[in-house]
Write a protein that binds this ligand. Structure first.
Ligand code: HEC
Length: 279
């Protein structure tokens, strides 16, 4: 029911869709089944290549090498087992996640981190999902689609910048804490035996909740540990508490550090017991 003057957008769209269907009938192949068949064949090829590579990797691996690893044509079958107690490993994502990784660094815990983890990525994802329903024009020429072009360029640019920043980002936090270890040793007159524990304390994430001589931040009601040694809790107590805080102090929200291993826990305990405040 066209009235005089400008046609309604919905009528225009229906007419366009009608023309598209006629076009397909005359000169094209419909998506189903032709394009879908192509996609299926291509997917099968890709999966077969992956299965083939996995088979070659598995079946060409010959006996344990000098370092105990099975070597194969496509690399070692298994590498050394992971050490859950490592303190020197700096966790970093694969390169294609650098932009998300850097987004997380822009937003600070705890006030705005929700924006960086859930907010922005989900808003963008929803936008992507509803795009076909918003952008219904048939116009394809880039010069006639300024909004879409600008949005696309901005998206690519910001992802590139975030990826670049993520790739070159320095792990500042742990190194800042480790830099203050010499000043702890001096001020608290820590004996040589306590130094490995002090370094371990600096890199094990303890300062995420505890403060020590003004370094770190307090969270979850964790006490300042500058002079924890004056309470004479004892090496055994310290080790047991680190292994399972809530077993020793019921209701403690401090995480278990048993994965550090007995030797490292002893070093930490020695450091804690020798921490008697600035002297
Ligand atoms: C997620 C926060 C958090 C982290 C990380 C953390 N702690 Fe704690 N810690 C606490 C809380 C909360 C308490 C108080 C409850 C308790 O005593 O268990 C506490 C208590 C302690 C105490 C005192 C125990 C007592 O009985 O008074 C020591 C010592 C201690 N932590 C050492 C450490 C060391 C060493 C590390 C790193 C290996 C560490 N903490 C990591 C939260 C944390």
């Amino acid at each position: 029911m066209a009235t005089a003057g400008k046609p309604r957008p919905i009528d225009e769209r229906r007419a366009q869709f009608q023309r598209y269907k006629e076009d397909v009938k005359k000169r094209g192949k419909p998506f189903y089944p032709f394009a879908m068949f192509h996609d299926t064949v291509m997917s099968l090829v890709v999966v077969s290549v992956i299965v083939g590579l996995a088979t070659i990797w598995k079946w060409t691996s010959f006996g344990p090498h000098h370092d105990g690893l099975h070597q194969g044509l496509l690399g070692p079958e298994y590498t050394a087992p992971a050490d859950p107690g490592t303190t020197s490993f700096v966790p970093r994502p694969d390169w294609y996640f650098y932009f998300l990784f850097y987004l997380l660094r822009i937003f600070k815990w705890p006030d705005t981190v929700f924006l960086g983890t859930v907010g922005i990525p989900n808003v963008l994802l929803v936008l992507l999902l509803v795009l076909p329903f918003i952008d219904v024009r048939r116009e394809r020429r880039l010069s006639r689609r300024p909004v879409a072009v600008v949005a696309a360029v901005l998206t690519v640019l910001s992802m590139a910048v975030l990826t670049w920043k993520g790739a070159t980002a320095k792990e500042a936090l742990a190194s800042e804490v480790i830099n203050s270890v010499p000043s702890w040793i001096k001020a608290e007159k820590l004996p040589a035996a306590a130094v490995p524990g002090a370094k371990l304390f600096a890199v094990s994430g303890c300062t995420a909740c505890h403060t020590y001589m003004g370094t770190g931040s307090s969270a979850l009601g964790a006490p300042d540990l500058t002079n924890i040694g004056t309470r004479h809790l004892g090496i055994t107590f310290q080790i047991n508490h680190l292994k399972c805080p809530s077993c020793v102090n019921p209701g403690s929200p401090m995480p278990k550090f048993a994965s550090l291993g007995d030797a490292r826990l002893r070093q930490l305990a020695i450091f804690l017991e020798d921490s008697k405040g600035p002297r």
